[in-house]
Design a protein around this ligand. Structure first.
Ligand SMILES: *Cc1c(COP(=O)(O)O)cnc(C)c1O
Length: 357
């Protein structure tokens, strides 16, 4: 283990953390796909973080976020997302494990059918999380998110007047505290790659709130790694997004007590693969999901990891990633979306099946 890795690990130990997941998550080579593509393709299995069988990348952030919430004396946790939010569901599982009360304010981008509740929203109900759904009402997502946030502040105020203490976790767990979890993730991955005896040239993943890429970029900076980090966007972003990622990364670095800084030069973000929109299936994503399943028996999802995987495949096949490179796909989870509303899964349900009469 090199000096930088040692010092990052001791910085991470200086901030509160609770144990939620099963770490390190597996990292292994995709042998058949590597051969097919002409690169050395590895996968980091954050779809297997735990704590339930429906884990994902938010568990890394929650180890730091909820440790801080407990340290701050909170007994109630509010968070936000879409009705099929992986982050909200994972937050609810983690709150249950820690004895905190989860309250989820969810925007219905895809309208749930009350008679056929599916995927994460079903899990939220099984967890008995308090769910408040904010309809889009013809407005855009940002406006609905803002309304949901304002209502949650009122809700929290009422609970605090009754003696509770509330912690508000932003969409995707994306703040400096949460992103610190991916500084830890980056170091964990580097150590695993080191054991195999190689270093990653490229790291691809699906990017939403930006908390994951921010932590990875911070980890890259702090360890001096020269891996190129590529975030494949899954939703429309405005012109401030890259600077928000930089601010998140720097706030995570500051939180663990270092004065390093990152800039927009330290990572690459690509928004060419999310169309037609968030929670809407893409042709490339659908193909990528089927290709990975058919060559390796591994699942990715239509909202996040499938689009991330599709972006990576395109970079490799178009030669943007040179042949022979060491490429890592960071599997961020999200597979419950394979069981979500038809609008979300699209044509994935089509396959080879013969019905015998
Ligand atoms: C939240 C999420 C992401 C994106 O992570 P961010 O930190 O929000 O950018 C990617 N994949 C899955 C499955 C997710 O749930």
């Amino acid at each position: 283990m090199n000096k930088e890795i040692h010092s990052v690990l001791s910085l991470l130990e200086s901030v509160p953390r609770v144990k939620l997941g099963f770490f390190p998550t597996p990292l292994h080579k995709l042998e058949k796909l590597s051969e097919k593509l002409g690169v050395n393709l590895y996968i980091k299995r954050d779809d297997l973080t735990g704590i339930s069988q429906f884990g994902g990348n938010k568990i890394r952030k929650l180890e730091f976020l909820l440790a801080k919430a407990i340290k701050d004396g909170c007994d109630t946790v509010f968070t936000y997302g879409a009705t099929q939010s992986n982050h909200a569901m994972q937050t609810a599982t983690a709150c249950r494990k820690l004895g905190l009360n989860p309250i989820l304010y969810l925007v219905s981008i895809v309208e749930p059918d009350e008679n056929d509740i599916k995927a994460n929203l079903l899990l939220d109900r099984i967890l008995n999380a308090e769910v408040v759904i904010e309809p889009l009402n013809g407005a855009d997502e940002a406006a609905a998110e803002k309304r949901a946030f304002e209502k949650s502040l009122e809700h929290a105020k009422k609970l605090e007047s009754q003696g509770h203490k509330c912690c508000m976790i932003p969409v995707g767990g994306a703040n400096g505290v949460g992103s610190a979890g991916f500084i830890g993730g980056f170091v964990e991955m580097l150590c695993q790659m080191d054991e195999i005896g190689i270093s990653p040239d490229y790291i691809f993943h699906a990017s939403g709130s930006g908390g994951t890429i921010a932590g990875l970029v911070a980890g890259k900076k702090l360890t001096g790694s020269d891996a190129r980090i590529v975030g494949i966007g899954v939703s429309e972003k405005d012109g401030t997004y890259l600077n928000r990622i930089v601010a998140l990364a720097n706030s995570a670095i500051e939180y663990i007590g270092s004065n390093e800084t990152v800039t927009t030069e330290d990572f690459h973000y690509d928004s060419n693969y999310y169309a037609p929109g968030y929670e809407m299936p893409s042709e490339g994503g659908t193909k990528a999901i089927k290709e990975l399943a058919a060559t390796e028996g591994i699942f990715v999802d239509p909202v996040y990891s499938g689009k991330g995987f599709a972006g990576m495949l395109d970079y490799i096949r178009s030669g943007k990633v040179p042949r022979g490179s060491n490429v890592l796909f960071w599997h961020t989870g999200g597979n419950t979306a394979l069981f979500a509303e038809k609008k979300i899964i699209g044509s994935l349900s089509r396959g080879r099946q013969t019905v015998r009469k």
